[in-house]
Design a protein around this ligand. Structure first.
Ligand code: ARG
Length: 459
């Protein structure tokens, strides 16, 4: 029987009952639901809304339910309407009237809002840990490959030389910001809506500060309508997750490219690659492709939440039951991706010679050639034009900046001396980019250590 059956003359239609039910996906918040109820009952007892004995009995009953769920002697009834009714029903079965007092000064509306916040705060912490793990791997690889020259690209065209370490640290910066967004989201969801009740609070003399404190929140929410009816914390988390998934997706795209024979900058470990059912030679970067694909899924979850919320009047509406599957899926997806992505990266083989060879093609040092002339007093725009003419000449004659004879250089401009060859060597190009944020190996080392320190300080 439904807990609200009193006002009704008929049982709920079976299909409608299934349609209305959320137990299949909200049962994962059972621990949070029990914790919320224990805090609520404790506070009710302290405030004299129920007796201390009743409160103790209720808390004992709730702890018994948790213990029985954990030891397997109790399982969640999938026919219950939702996790809140299941817990209350089970408690009443065990305690009789005392169990029926638990829901004093409470509604499922503030209950679900508190459960979800408690659950998602934990998810944020777990996601941040996984992100730190990935970022640490990137820093260690960056230290290892701080002077491995590779081509940097714009428009997917070879542009200027960088180092593999520098390239990896670009992602480390993104993941640091992603972790920051998760931290911010967790901070903003850290307010307890318990006591907002259905929408308008209560006339009972409850202590909302106390339940917030018992549950480890920074404090109670300040408006009862807001407390039960906003899901901005779900939207914010899904947005933070989506941004992170976009970063992972771009990285995955590069990994797919780097694994191709056209690049061959890296080779993934066999444990993180798959083969083809027909082509015996294939070793496919499926993991990276799946991560790239799953980013669409996380973004879909975010859009689900935004679209579901945008037309809702205050306060609670049943539409909001749809929040859970979307936000859970977003968090599950990121977790799953990080758990595979990080070891895939830490075990990859880096083919530095192929990177170096690719960087030697494509006039990647043309900017440095122009800068050389600037060093000899020419305005940059003039130096840029002359270098462009030299590149065109090399292309027409099958030469590179390294193989163009000095006499020819000097035909374009007499300021060229034989030190031009040193100035355009890739190592020189990279080592000279010592500007803050630049790819010089000493920078990469300092930045990787800086990030490792940040991660250590946080842990
Ligand atoms: N299962 C519901 C949800 O997830 C719990 C809140 C139900 N509240 C209500 N007034 N029907 O949103």
């Amino acid at each position: 029987m439904k807990l609200w059956a009193g006002r009704f003359h008929k049982e709920l239609d079976k299909t409608t009952d299934d349609f209305n039910s959320s137990i299949s996906f909200d049962s994962r918040m059972v621990k949070e639901d029990l914790a919320g109820s224990i805090a609520h009952a404790t506070m009710l007892g302290e405030c004299g809304v129920i007796t201390q004995e009743e409160a103790a009995k209720i808390c004992g009953g709730l702890k018994g339910i948790l213990a029985d769920l954990e030891n397997g002697s109790l399982s969640i009834d999938e026919n219950a309407e939702d996790i809140h009714t299941f817990v209350e029903g089970e408690l009443t079965k065990r305690l009789g009237d005392a169990g029926k007092r638990l829901h004093t000064a409470r509604s499922r509306n503030d209950q679900v809002a508190v459960d979800l916040r408690l659950y998602l705060k934990k998810e944020c912490a777990e996601l941040r840990d996984l992100l730190s793990g990935l970022t640490a791997v990137l820093c260690k690889k960056a230290l290892q490959y701080k002077d491995a020259v590779m081509p940097g690209y714009t428009h997917m065209q070879r542009a200027q030389p960088v180092t593999f370490g520098h390239h990896l640290l670009a992602y480390a910066e993104m993941f640091l910001r992603d972790a920051g967004r998760l931290r911010d989201a967790a901070k903003r969801m850290d307010y307890c809506p318990l006591g907002s009740c259905a929408l308008a609070g209560t006339t009972y003399p409850i202590d909302r500060e106390r339940t917030a404190e018992l549950l480890g929140f920074a404090g109670p929410t300040q408006n009862s309508l807001d407390g039960v009816s906003d899901r901005d914390f779900c939207m914010e988390l899904a947005a933070a997750i989506s941004i992170c998934m976009v970063h992972l997706s771009r990285f995955s795209e590069e990994i797919v490219l780097w694994c191709s024979w056209e690049f061959k900058f890296i080779e993934l470990d066999d444990a993180f690659s798959t083969g083809s059912s027909i082509m015996p030679q294939k070793k496919n970067p499926d993991i990276a492709e799946l991560v790239r694909g799953k980013s669409g899924r996380a973004i879909g979850d975010m859009v689900t939440l935004f679209t579901m919320m945008k037309g809702l009047p205050l306060a609670y509406n049943k539409d909001m039951q749809e929040d859970k599957e979307a936000v859970f899926d977003a968090a599950d997806t990121l977790k799953l991706c990080l758990k595979t992505f990080t070891p895939m990266l830490s075990t990859m083989k880096v083919l530095t010679q192929n990177m170096r060879a690719a960087a030697a093609k494509g006039f990647i040092n043309a900017t440095d050639c122009a800068d050389y002339l600037v060093g000899r007093g020419l305005p940059f725009r003039t130096a840029y034009r002359i270098t462009g003419e030299i590149v065109a000449y090399c292309v027409e004659n099958g030469l590179t900046l390294e193989t163009l004879p000095l006499e020819t250089y000097r035909k374009f401009n007499e300021k060229f001396g034989k030190d031009i060859y040193g100035a355009i060597s890739l190592e020189h190009c990279v080592n000279g980019r010592k500007v803050l944020g630049g790819p010089a190996p000493e920078n990469v080392e300092a930045q990787a250590n800086r990030i490792l320190n940040l991660l250590g300080a946080k842990a």
